[in-house]
Design a protein around this ligand. Sequence first.
Ligand code: 5AD
Ligand code: SF4
Length: 532
Amino acid sequence: MTATPEMTDTKTVYLKTFGCQMNVLDSDLVQGQLEAMGYRFVDEWETADVILYNTCSVREHAENKVWSRVGELKSHKTKNPHVILGILGCMAERDGKDMVRKHPQVDLLCGPGELDQVPLLIDNAMKTNLEDRGGVRNAKIALQGNTHRRSATYSAAADTLENLDLSRSFSASNHGGAAYVRITRGCNKFCTYCVVPNTRGREVHRHPDHIFEECKKLVEQGVREITLLGQTVNHYHYDVNETVTIEGVHQPQVGQILSPNRGTGGPSPVFSDGVVSFADLLARIHDDIPELERLRFITSLPRDFGNDILQVIKDRPRICRYLHLPVQSGSNRLLKLMNRGYTVEEFKDLIDRVREYLPDAELATDIIVGFPTETDEDQAETAELLRYCRFKNSFIFKYSPRPDTVAITRFDDDVANDVKKFRNNELLGIQAEISQEIHDGYVGKTVPVFVESVSMKTKKAAGNLADTSVTLGWAPEVAKEVTQLAGRTTGDLIVCFDGSADLIGQTIDVEIEKAAPLTLFGKLAEVAKTCE
Ligand code: 5AD
Ligand code: SF4
């Protein structure tokens, strides 16, 4: 870490996260870095010296939310010129320079591949702020698209790619006993609708020793559930005899000592030779960290999902019985236009294999409705696929044309918005019926639940309406007695039940009494026994 903020008193930071779990992890890492440097995080932006938005560009709607917040901050900045406003994440990378032109109140921009630069950028912005008070200031910028830090050498690549994760502040990561660990950055798949390859860059897999050590350290700090993160985790692949350049290109690494224990007679290095697959990675983390109660992963690409992964999960009870398999459409014609690389038949074959290996697994998916040229017949095929797969839930999105994607340049956004809306609602209706049936099957059963947080109901009752985005780790002082808690089964079903907030971070048995399409309701199994 190179920057040391010149602070006469403790500076406060408000950090708001938009978008996916990858952003939640990124925010966590940024927070850890800044806290280690003496910054204090606050829940109210009004009192903060530094306001940071970690943003998402996947759909236009997500971007609009940030635009309007940035707009709202204009008068706040005029009244409080010392306040630093920073945009982090995908919007900064995709749209940053335009944003600064339209919103000169933005002081710094930082893309998702450069987040280890945030402390330095804040420090620079504060200095400029002091020097140029009242004058025109230039925003401080760190984007992957800039070439200033780009180099094909191993050390530069490793520095840029690994700094943030390696500098993780482990105490800050211990939220309610659960933590995310990144295994892959970026994405190479170039689905035609998707902005991610442009904003997060090419796919780069982290060294398996780094991943393993991070998991181990987290567990030593009290983490009981780890979720491995990547855009396409099943494609994880690392040849420990090669190195990776910043562009994600593998190069032979001559004479590199991969582990300090190699050849020393010490304990054998976790991954010293050969190619490490996703199945290998899962197996080693599960087997060599026995204190880890739950190992989960998101997201999988339905292409090239091998039986080796299914077998590893089948043989290891602490790997969660949950797969997120975004299918996007049930029409082969549209899957081709989307460049997904699989057919409906291949997807169904994957579902059949999952059912064969893991009969108790729950599945979820993502679907896009209203992709260019989508017809009623395509929609009917998607509905049919939903009924075949019986996902426990589906995240359904209306197609949103994104700048610089293949889809926006090649295809007209020709499905009217009300048709998109109708199709969205139709699929949601089908999914709600299936979800209810799946949930009904749990009533009367006792299931282990990993307790994540107090439920939204309790949060709202406690007047904490502001924080509705990130539920992990919220442990209010007001709720130490009996309150409604929320947790998940191994199949990722949400369970609400009454209990003490001390249970957060533990796995406990809950007897399911009632089912709704999105939630199961139950009571602690011990309580159930006492009552009998
Ligand atoms: N329009 C609508 N939905 C999209 N997604 C990704 N890009 C778009 C887009 N341009 C959805 C996909 C993906 C999820 C994270 O977001 O379903 O799986
Ligand atoms: Fe986007 Fe496709 Fe990569 Fe997923 S696999 S992040 S949808 S390009």
